[in-house]
Design a protein around this ligand. Structure first.
Ligand SMILES: Cc1cc2nc3c(=O)[nH]c(=O)nc-3n(C[C@H](O)[C@H](O)[C@H](O)COP(=O)(O)OP(=O)(O)OC[C@H]3O[C@@H](n4cnc5c(N)ncnc54)[C@H](O)[C@@H]3O)c2cc1C
Length: 465
């Protein structure tokens, strides 16, 4: 930084914690979930309030520093950690206030999914979010928020009622259906483009404490038949369960997996049900007729479901992903998946297919800025992760090969913005489609005309906006 007076002014106003490269804790504070990211900010400002955020923005403007915003630091691209810039780190904003009667929660901008579940589940409530529990509520929600509860209660953004936002000029505003409705629309899918969200106000769904878990696994030689069955099965699920399909998954060394199957690659489907055990048994009965190599059906605490993959996808792994949407699991798509299912080396590299429908499809296309169709469809996430650098580099090529093989059949070639590892302008435009992108760009021109918030899946401010 060049100006000591700017810095002194900032220090006198700032109430949070400042971390500089020479400080203990710098390496931890600059780390991202993806170990492939090695960014070195000049300053990390762990904010304690909206005025702290405004002070950090003023310092960055005065010093010409690039700004990033950190929620849970789970972005694959490491956009939360500005290389050579200033990080506005919300991780100290941990407040969660639940109103069980109103089924609402006010949630700080640095809360993780595990922390939110810990506060809501004692009341039998949950906010629909994602499938790895140390993900930040903030980044996940602003891009959409897909997970186990999407079919039951919609996306995270469908449950967002309001937000406290610090704008690029330092103003603090409340965004809701009644206050800055254009900003509120943009926040529900448009990512971190419009300001720093210091608090979210969510509607909660009634869920748990137990759910009904079902996992079914087929070997590589049975994959085509399994996926053909799954495409007929998914439309029967409705809002009764969440469903996730995995292609090229390695059977875990878990007690419920027969020993001779452990370590085998294959195809899996998980059906997480929210009705009664009897109804769940009826729902999954046809799956058992498909001769899986193993199946595991059991009641399970909802919080365990939410943490199920945490041990496999841990902080610091090298990771890469590419995504796209498909409307149907056609024979061509199934053939492309099967042809490449066995190509990855790491046990943590696989294709995760979120089966979207139910409550998700009851929201109109234009109600939120979520970048994808609301029709029932599949969000396909080709993902690799490894603690071994050589395996990671091998599997990154596998991700590209698999994704290229699926591209001709994509209904949205951009894919889900929160799964964009390569978020160049063309991909971001494709993800939102021209009409939504243009509407977001016009709102961006109002709230962030200088594109201060550009370390994200970036929406460029509309010219003349
Ligand atoms: C292992 C893993 C599993 C995942 N699983 C799912 C899943 O099941 N469902 C799903 O929908 N997504 C999932 N994701 C993607 C995830 O939603 C995105 O990576 C999201 O950006 C993570 O949010 P975060 O706050 O942790 O990220 P960060 O890296 O901290 O932030 C990412 C971006 O979000 C913006 N941002 C963050 N916080 C704020 C804020 N308070 N105000 C304004 N902007 C902000 C910034 O632009 C920032 O660059 C997963 C990612 C990983 C790595």
């Amino acid at each position: 930084m060049t100006s000591t007076s700017n810095l002194e002014l900032f220090r006198s106003a700032f109430r949070g914690t400042l971390i500089e490269p020479s400080d203990d804790g710098y390496d931890q504070a600059r780390s991202a979930w993806n170990g492939d990211i090695d960014h070195r900010p000049v300053l990390i400002a762990q904010v304690s309030s909206p005025p702290d955020v405004a002070a950090a923005l003023a310092l960055a403007a005065g010093e010409g520093l690039e700004v990033s915003v950190r929620g849970g630091a789970h972005s694959y691209r490491g956009t939360a950690i500005a290389d050579g810039g200033l990080v506005i780190d919300l991780s100290a904003l941990k407040s969660v206030v639940v109103d069980p009667q109103a089924k609402r929660a006010r949630v700080g901008g640095g809360v993780t999914l595990a922390e939110l579940d810990a506060a809501t589940q004692p009341h039998g409530l949950a906010m629909p979010a994602g499938v790895i529990s140390d993900t930040g509520v903030a980044g996940l929600t602003l891009g959409g928020g897909i997970g186990w509860l999407t079919r039951l209660g919609g996306l995270s953004v469908d449950n967002l009622v309001g937000a406290e936002v610090v704008l690029a000029n330092g103003d603090v505003v409340q965004a809701s259906a009644d206050s800055h409705p254009d900003l509120f629309w943009a926040l529900r899918g448009g990512g971190g483009n419009f300001g720093v969200v210091t608090e979210f106000d969510f509607r909660l769904q009634t869920v748990g404490p137990l759910i009904n878990f079902g996992m079914f696994f087929w070997g590589l030689d049975h994959g085509i038949e399994a996926l053909q069955f799954i495409r007929d099965f998914i439309p029967t699920v409705g809002e009764r369960a969440g469903a996730l399909v995995a292609v090229g998954l390695t059977a875990p060394p878990a007690p419920f997996v027969p020993e001779h199957v452990q370590g085998q690659k294959g195809y899996a489907m998980i059906v997480a049900g929210y009705t009664t055990p009897e109804d769940h048994a009826d729902l999954v009965a046809p799956v058992l007729g498909q001769s899986p190599l193993f199946s595991f059906i059991t009641p399970m605490p909802f919080v365990d479901l939410q943490k199920m993959f945490d041990e496999d996808l841990t902080w610091g792994m090298y990771a890469y992903e590419k995504s796209l949407d498909v409307d149907e699991l056609t024979d061509e798509i199934i053939a492309a998946l099967a042809a490449n299912a066995d190509g990855a080396r790491s046990t943590e590299s696989f294709v995760g297919i979120f089966c979207l429908g139910g409550a998700f499809s009851q929201v109109s296309e234009d109600d939120t800025s979520f970048g994808g169709s609301r029709s029932p469809h599949y969000a396909v996430n080709v993902d690799c992760a490894s603690i071994d650098r050589a395996d990671f580099e091998h599997d990154r090529e596998w991700v590209r090969t698999m994704w290229a093989a699926l591209q001709p059949y994509a209904s949205n070639a951009g894919g889900y913005v929160n799964f964009l590892n390569d978020a160049d302008e063309a991909r971001v435009r494709a993800s939102y489609g021209p009409a939504k992108y243009d509407r977001l760009a016009a709102i961006k021109a109002t709230y962030d005309p200088d594109n201060v918030f550009h370390l994200n899946a970036n929406i460029k401010p509309a010219l003349g906006g």
